[in-house]
Design a protein. Structure first.
Length: 434
């Protein structure tokens, strides 16, 4: 009799979990359709979609009013908030509920912006990306610039001396493809040593022009990506590994492949067949893509690979590689200058010229690159925080869980765990002690 009661209880628990999953699956389907509907009003909003094609067809067939989309999103949010997962739910099911809730809140914020709501830089980043970047004073950047001034002696403005120094490391256009393919091969080989990817995963590489970004991954579904590299401006040899890792291995391509494998195909979670660009998911995507560069290529190993493989492939002399990376390490400490330029520009404290001037002075952007970056800010606004703040948050999360640079195996393990799960930016800070 006791055995029968235990068996009955087990069956009842299984049926309850199944019912809960079915309900979440229904809510997830509604979420996907709302994202596709809002994408009809915002060409950049739907970054990737590989769910049922008829859902896309339905969205394309009629442009629903933004107010109606927001109303339905609000109703869906109410349902989610009044039906939390049971206390016994596993971590992934709890993360799924939190993810859908926060993604829907972000969708409503984007809908409000499309309807005319004006937000400050920090209000917007919190609403869309679940995070706010720290503010940095001019003096913080000035200190780094002083160190660079000593590293790059000579006459003329520092940005000019930096450009002249860096010009020695431009990849000739006729060698771009060979260099990028060598970088991709190195990034992929290192990734596959630690992360198992599904058979048949692959991407196509294209070179494009007239874009506000330097590289882009367009995930196609079916474990396939289209990666585009913008050749409007000269490409330096260090960007080969940066872009190969960030867009490919272990960055965006691997991130999307693992979500498709573990969440869409293995669990049937349809919400991960759509990627709304202006959402908390982007901070995780960009942050892991940038942090993944350091995971795949710790500095000493990267320098050795550059000298042995990429400098020869680019036809460049490798004797100055160490000095080059010392300078780049200092320049990287200026990355938050880009956030400050965007913050001031979006908040109306400066105009486009002033933002470019700021980037040139405190970020050491050449004038063409500064102007390209302002075009990026015009198009993507507070999205800029996802690269540097995202990387810093991901690094803190991975390292707090034991994935420190001196423990590379654990570092890879925690990195892979993160990019296979629906964790939110706010979840990174609350889970660091786990």
């Amino acid at each position: 009799m006791r055995a029968m009661l235990i068996a009955a209880a087990a069956v009842g628990a299984t049926m309850l979990v199944s019912a809960q999953n079915t309900n979440m699956d229904t809510l997830a389907e509604q979420y996907v359709k709302l994202v596709l509907a809002l994408g009809q009003h915002d060409a950049d909003y739907v970054d990737a979609y590989y769910g049922p094609p008829e859902w896309r067809t339905d969205a394309d067939a009629g442009k629903r009013p933004v107010a109606d989309i927001d109303r339905d999103a609000a109703a869906l949010l109410t349902t989610l908030k009044t039906s939390p997962p049971p206390a016994a739910a596993d971590e992934l099911r709890r993360l799924r509920h939190d993810y859908l809730t926060r993604q829907l809140e972000s969708l409503r914020s984007r809908a409000a912006m499309l309807s005319g709501t004006k937000l400050s830089f920090d209000e917007e980043s919190k609403a869309l990306y679940d995070a706010v970047a720290p503010t940095h004073a001019d003096a913080e950047f000035a200190g780094v610039l002083q160190q660079l001034d000593a590293k790059l002696p000579g006459s003329g403005p520092l940005v000019q001396r930096y450009d002249e120094f860096r010009a020695q490391f431009i990849i000739p256009k006729d060698r771009l493809d060979a260099v990028f393919k060598a970088a991709i091969e190195g990034c992929r080989a290192r990734t596959l040593e630690h992360i198992t990817l599904p058979a048949g995963e692959q991407f196509v590489l294209e070179y494009v022009t007239n874009k506000s970004w330097s590289g882009y991954n367009w995930y196609q579904g079916g474990y396939r990506s289209l990666i585009q590299i913008n050749t409007d401006l000269p490409i330096y040899v260090d960007r080969a590994i940066d872009l190969a890792c960030h867009e490919g291995y272990p960055g965006h391509h691997v991130y999307n492949v693992l979500l498709e494998k573990h969440l869409v195909r293995d669990r049937g979670w349809v919400e991960f067949t759509v990627y709304p660009l202006f959402s908390p998911q982007s901070l995780i995507a960009e942050g892991t893509a940038n942090y993944g560069i350091d995971v795949a290529f710790p500095r000493a190993e990267r320098l050795e690979f550059e000298r042995r493989v990429l400098f020869p492939a680019a036809g460049l002399q490798s004797e100055m590689a160490a000095q080059y990376y010392e300078v780049l390490a200092l320049v990287e400490r200026l990355s938050y200058a880009g956030n400050e330029a965007a913050r001031r520009y979006i908040n109306g404290q400066t105009d486009a010229k002033g933002a470019a001037d700021w980037l040139e002075r405190y970020g050491l952007y050449s004038r063409p690159r500064a102007e390209q970056r302002v075009r990026f800010i015009d198009q993507y606004r507070s999205y800029v925080i996802n690269y540097n703040l995202g990387k810093d948050m991901v690094a803190a999360h991975v390292e707090a869980r034991g994935g420190t640079p001196d423990n590379p195996a654990r570092r890879w393990q925690e990195f892979a765990r993160l990019i296979s799960s629906p964790r939110l930016p706010s979840g990174l800070t609350t889970s660091n002690s786990q």
